[in-house]
Design a protein around this ligand. Structure first.
Ligand SMILES: *[C@@H]1O[C@H](CO)[C@@H](O)[C@H](O)[C@H]1NC(C)=O
Length: 355
């Protein structure tokens, strides 16, 4: 017997053990094989570039801190939360938009975004800027399922669809672009609580539908402290451009109802693992103590005057030097650095159990 064979024999159980550990590691690394995104501009990676709407951002100065300085249609100077989540799960550094013809089903197999800037739970909200309504995002998701099954076979595709992490971030536009900006819903639902309950019903239908289609791990991000968005502050003249308390309280109230919906769905739908991935508190902390997070400015955005501009109104010639000093990139959307901080918080506090 050669020493090597003796050694091999002696170590065989250990080798087996190591193999098992590697196998386990492999499986745990693949626990979430894909990130699938629904929602509005907080998570849209560029679907609006491919539909006729003004609600877009695929031009400078957007994306100037993205890979290669590409303006992708993300409402940010760089990446947005789904990109950071995808990276943290060891998948890829950016989640592509479903409507972008530069990507194919083999790209989408590890992550895809159906979100559309300007949309909401309510059909009437997506009509405001002619963007993709939530029901249409679900139609695209169904089409994606078909393509994925054709690409990978029924079994593998179904596995991915049920193991994927679904990120949903939506709702701000229903209140700010629709309920408070237009009269139709306000006359239909005289109190905002009535409108909240209407939206809650739509949310329940949406989550029940994607559950029926195979989604199991779902993260729902509700409303940010909407009253502290630079645009809302800019219009709060009587209160010296402070945060609009009414909108913040509304966000807290609606988020509370969403939290209740999440517990109910987890109880009612077998195998459903939905998390209430609320970012209100961390967002408000950043806005009230910007220097504690390394920022210099929290009241105005980096682009233009920082008070009103977003989309086409953002002019590369009138944009701050260093977006990392700003909590907000434009008058409505967080900077990449804020998105990164919030994503890290989300991952540690709410999504780690899926890692
Ligand atoms: C939204 O519009 C779609 C398509 O027209 C329709 O199927 C759906 O019922 C509408 N939802 C509500 C709540 O009205």
């Amino acid at each position: 017997m050669t020493p090597i064979r003796r050694m091999g024999k002696g170590y065989a159980p250990w080798l087996l053990f190591i193999n098992e550990v590697l196998l386990l590691l492999h499986f745990s690394a693949c626990k979430v094989p894909a990130i699938i995104v629904f929602g509005d501009s907080s998570v849209d990676s560029g679907n609006n570039n491919f539909i006729p709407t003004m609600a877009r951002s695929n031009f400078q100065p957007y994306g100037r801190d993205f890979f290669n300085g590409n303006p992708t249609g993300r409402f940010s100077n760089g990446r947005i939360p789904p990109d950071f989540v995808s990276e943290a799960f060891g998948i890829k550094q950016a989640v592509p938009a479903y409507l972008d013809p530069a990507f194919s089903i083999s790209d989408f197999a590890t992550g895809v975004c159906f979100a559309s800037a300007g949309t909401g739970y309510d059909n009437a909200t997506s009509n405001v800027a002619d963007v993709i309504p939530l029901w249409k995002e679900v139609e695209y998701y169904k089409e994606y399922q078909k393509k994925l099954r054709a690409h990978l076979g029924e079994e593998k595709a179904n596995q991915i669809l049920s193991d994927a992490l679904y990120l949903v971030s939506i709702g701000t536009n229903d209140f700010l672009e629709n309920y408070y900006a237009l009269t139709e819903r306000r006359s239909e639902f005289p109190t905002v609580q009535q409108y909240e309950d209407f939206l809650l019903g739509l949310a329940k239908n949406f989550f029940t539908e994607i559950y029926g289609l195979g989604a199991r791990k779902v993260s729902l991000t509700g409303l940010p402290p909407m009253g502290c968005l630079p645009l809302e502050r800019a219009m709060n003249i009587l209160e010296f451009h402070n945060c609009v308390e009414e909108y913040n309280n509304l966000a807290l109230e609606f988020n509370g109802k969403l939290g209740w919906l999440v517990s109910k769905l987890n109880k009612d739908l077998p195998g459903f693992q939905m998390v209430d991935a609320n970012v209100y508190d961390i967002f408000l902390q950043i806005v009230t103590d910007p220097s504690g997070f390394g920022f210099e400015e929290a009241k105005t955005g980096c682009c233009g005057t920082g008070r009103f501009e977003m989309g086409f109104l953002c002019d590369p010639k009138f944009t701050c030097q260093d977006a990392n000093k700003y909590v907000f990139w434009d008058a409505f959307h967080p900077s990449e650095k804020t998105s990164q901080i919030m994503s890290n918080y989300l991952i540690e506090k709410h999504l780690a159990k899926f890692l």
